[in-house]
Design a binder for this molecule. Structure first.
Ligand code: F0G
Length: 352
């Protein structure tokens, strides 16, 4: 049967009135990939599965929330949407608004979003405004606009975004035929950890799974407000997607951590980049730097010891595709060699 996206697939679990209002790019149904090489490389007792959300239509998990938010906006006859973004939300908002024949306005921190994401928002015809400030400033600004003007906010403060994103937890339980023991993911504005936890709890409530995972969230050291317990005024990290100092779902992220018996911890940029390279080189999976925080989190726990047992299942969400951020990929990789079109030079370069 033709796949029609997550709202259609999980319609009974989502608060949309009419299927006719669904705006979809056929997001979701992303693969859950068993990462045995990675497991062996890092000496992890648990089986590791990667939920490769980079394979969504705009290349990140944001499509799950956006199909729901835009479908609901259509149901409410909205004509335009607005968001602040570190890049991926703006790409998804722009694409789904285009599909819905709505106008999208997106605010991004100037110079701090990955090139692929900027190109997407521009290509899909959004009005792109760069702020001489950070994501937190941009989010405050769009909240003020949406409070006072007829434009729908599609940041994760919009509850329908969370509803859509929770379907990733459903898919994982459906694929494994159970819930995992641990769920690792990066934390930025904290909507996703909140959404997964909601999804796991609801699916268990519906009798679709018997247990709940420990939610293992990871922030970057320079942007770790939840770990530090205070707002970070000038967040900094190579993982620009999670360069956020005052997350909107702060309290809900703490609740997910505490109710599940999980953690929210921080990682250095070096740890994130080394996991980013490792997953690309062992599993053939290219994710963006922020996404690799989930794998860096597993590595940290393996090093600590005593966390995983044989037979445990740990799922890592790889939130966005590596092609979003070619600049960082090129920066951390060996440069290609240039030679003349000459067989001997080639043999010398190959060092077979
Ligand atoms: N990974 C990627 C690739 C992201 O783009 C984001 C958030 C996160 C992780 C963190 O998820 O915010 O739900 O905790 N990106 C937002 C954006 C902020 O504007 O695209 P979160």
């Amino acid at each position: 049967m033709l796949y029609k996206g997550i709202v259609n697939r999980y319609f009974d679990y989502l608060p949309l009135e009419h299927k006719s209002n669904i705006v979809t790019l056929c997001e979701g149904d992303t693969p859950l990939i068993k990462a045995d090489r990675l497991k062996e490389e890092i000496g992890c007792k648990a089986d590791i599965y990667l939920k490769y959300e980079g394979l969504n239509p705009t290349g990140s998990f944001k499509d799950r929330g956006m199909t729901m938010a835009i479908s609901k906006a259509k149901e409410d006859n909205a004509k335009s949407v607005i968001c602040a973004s570190t890049g991926n939300t703006s790409a998804a908002a722009a694409a789904y608004a285009a599909k819905a024949k709505m106008k999208a306005y997106v605010l991004i921190p100037e110079g701090k979003i990955a090139l692929g994401k900027l190109s997407q928002a521009m290509m899909h015809g959004a009005k792109v405004i760069q702020i001489l400030g950070n994501f937190d400033d941009a989010l405050n600004m769009v909240k003020h606009v949406a409070d006072n003007h007829p434009v729908t906010l599609v940041n994760s403060l919009n509850p329908f975004r969370i509803e859509g994103q929770k379907t990733a937890a459903f898919e994982i339980c459906d694929a494994l035929d159970r819930a995992p023991d641990f769920h690792f993911l990066p934390v930025g504005n904290a909507g996703n950890i909140r959404a997964y936890w909601k999804g796991y709890k609801e699916y268990k409530g519906h009798g679709k799974s018997d247990s709940l995972p420990k939610m293992m969230g990871f922030q970057a050291e320079g942007a770790a407000p939840i770990v530090l317990g205070h707002i970070v005024k000038n967040p900094e990290t190579v993982a620009t997607a999670i360069r956020i100092g005052n997350p909107a779902s702060w309290k809900e992220a703490e609740a997910a951590r505490d109710e599940s018996g999980g953690v929210i911890e921080m990682l250095s940029d070096d740890e994130i980049i080394s996991a980013y390279k490792l997953v690309a080189r062992t599993e053939g999976i290219f994710c963006e730097p922020a996404s690799a925080a989930s794998i860096a989190g597993v590595i940290k726990k393996v090093k600590l010891g005593g966390v995983f047992s044989d037979g445990d299942i740990a799922v890592c969400t790889l939130t966005g595709h590596g092609l979003k951020d070619p600049d960082n990929a090129i920066k951390v990789s060996p440069k290609p060699e240039t030679i003349n079109a000459d067989d001997n030079e080639l043999l010398k370069a190959l060092q077979l």
